[in-house]
Design a protein around this ligand. Structure first.
Ligand code: HEM
Length: 463
């Protein structure tokens, strides 16, 4: 039965009414129980890790070596960072009942919802992952490709040769359209027009708004109120879309992610409307800007080097997707979109021979893993061929040295989707245009992700 607008509004309000779980109440960990770290105030270390990560994390590595601890707010909680592939392997292989990932994402609860794959752990996570997986397997991905290609072709056709623009802006617009059409499966133009501004506002969460979610009373004021109002409206639209889709006459033959999720059953038990909403918002937040950023860097790096451009254009025109995929992978290696992944230990564990107590958060640094020259020779160079080079019976970098999508049972469920999307978009851009990078660029922190500071400015020329 369809939910009324009042019922939907109540669901939204309930999500925002929860105060943040008090992480400070986790077991206290003493300094002598974890590897070495700074004696700076925890606020300064937190700011270093979150706001200045591109300088702070390499500094910690230089100062303390391959394993070190950063102390974080609230309450001085230790995060032990690892940088060696053999340690990363141990973390990714950790028992999911004890190595929790959802805890660290709890702050996103009001927006993603309690059922979100990103927020769950243990058995609940396993069930949700099983229900979502079929929508991201190889056959499903092949089903999405033609619509992604069509959307990319429309976008590229609107570009003006000779004009400089931020690749990130255009890639953000394009990957958002992909989420709306290919993931949500919305086709109705009126609903698309209603959804776009709501979705845009949802993904533009500033740190101030994020922190405000811990205090429900704040939500009666200013930007926090605007965010809750926006969520109510977005939820109303999404529940309406879910309701219509469940009864759509062509549901059985539809290929979008939402329709596939509605059809998926686990022992006769499918996803409820609330679960579908939460997973769709999760896919939106996890899959939109991440892929756009990787694409923007890829275009910028290709546009910086005429030899790379010639090679990539040849691949686009001859249908050599393997090369274009290597371009995407190298873009994610050189400019990791997400700097680290974390797991919180529910029980004591030993990693890299170091005994750690429960309550400690551990995680491989993606940034450092990708920049180590013993993992990737000449790590500062953009060399897609490293993903195609043979080393004995292995092709490309060794296991756990390229980890932009994390790993283990929590590995990014959209990894294949983003590579498929990246290749399709690069193919369309490069088949149509020459690309030239304009000026320089460097990574800048944007909430959880790192993006090009100047948006990866490029100019295209018709050929
Ligand atoms: C360049 C693009 C992307 C990057 C760099 C990226 C990166 C990541 C990372 C690092 C994680 C955490 C993995 C871990 O904890 O081990 C993750 C999880 C996740 N990603 Fe992605 N992602 C990308 C694209 C996407 C796309 C396109 C989607 C969906 C359409 C998506 C959906 C998710 C979801 C649902 C999770 C949670 C998985 C779980 O906890 O089981 N991501 N992603």
């Amino acid at each position: 039965m369809a939910l009324t607008d009042e019922q939907v509004a109540r669901l939204t309000d309930e999500r925002f009414a929860h105060t943040r779980p008090d992480l400070a109440r986790a077991p206290r960990v003493r300094r002598d129980q974890v590897p070495r770290g700074l004696r700076w105030p925890v606020l300064a270390q937190t700011a270093g890790l979150l706001r200045f990560r591109h300088r702070f994390v390499p500094y910690m590595h230089r100062r303390f070596g391959d394993v070190f601890t950063v102390w974080l707010i609230p309450g001085g909680r230790p995060l032990v960072m690892f940088t060696r592939p053999e340690h990363t392997r141990e973390i990714f292989a950790g028992d999911p009942e004890s190595f929790h990932a959802g805890k660290g994402n709890a702050i996103l609860g009001p927006i993603m919802g309690e059922h979100s794959l990103l927020l769950q752990d243990g058995g609940e996570h396993k069930r949700a992952r099983k229900l979502l997986m079929p929508a991201f397997n190889g056959a499903a991905l092949r089903g999405y490709e033609s619509l992604v290609t069509e959307l990319a072709r429309d976008e590229v056709a609107r570009w003006t040769p000779g004009r400089t623009f931020a690749a990130l802006d255009r890639m953000n617009a394009l990957t958002l359209e992909v989420i709306l059409r290919v993931v949500f499966g919305v086709t109705d133009e009126r609903r698309l027009a209603e959804l776009r501004p709501r979705v845009n506002r949802t993904v533009n969460i500033s740190p101030a708004i994020l922190l405000g979610w811990g205090w429900p009373r704040l939500q009666r004021f200013g930007p926090w109120k605007a965010q809750v109002d926006n969520q109510r409206e977005l939820d109303r639209l999404m529940y309406a879309e879910i309701e219509q889709r469940r009864t759509a006459p062509d549901l059985a033959s539809r290929t979008d992610v939402l329709s596939r999720l509605i059809r998926t059953q686990d022992a006769g038990d499918g996803l409820t409307d609330a679960e579908l909403r939460d997973q769709l918002v999760t896919l939106l937040l996890a899959g939109h800007e991440t892929t756009a950023t990787a694409l923007a860097w890829a275009l910028f790096e290709i546009g910086r080097d005429p030899a790379q451009l010639a090679r990539a254009r040849e691949a686009a025109l001859s249908g050599d997707d393997t090369w274009l995929e290597a371009v995407m992978k190298e873009s994610m290696r050189l400019h990791p979109v997400i700097p680290m992944v974390v797991r919180t230990l529910m029980e004591p564990a030993t990693i890299g021979g170091i005994d750690l107590p429960a309550g400690v958060t551990v995680g491989p640094s993606i940034l450092l893993t990708h920049l180590r020259d013993d993992n990737h020779p000449d790590p500062g160079a953009f060399r897609p061929e490293r993903f195609l080079e043979e080393h004995g019976n292995r092709v490309g970098p060794a296991a756990n040295t390229w980890i932009p999508f994390g790993g283990g049972v929590r590995r990014c469920i959209g990894a294949g989707f983003s590579l498929m999307e990246g290749v399709a978009v690069l193919r369309e851009v490069l088949a149509a245009y020459d690309v030239t990078a304009v000026g320089d660029d460097a990574p800048k922190v944007r909430n959880i992700t790192s993006v090009p500071r100047y948006g990866a400015r490029i100019r295209v020329g018709a050929s």
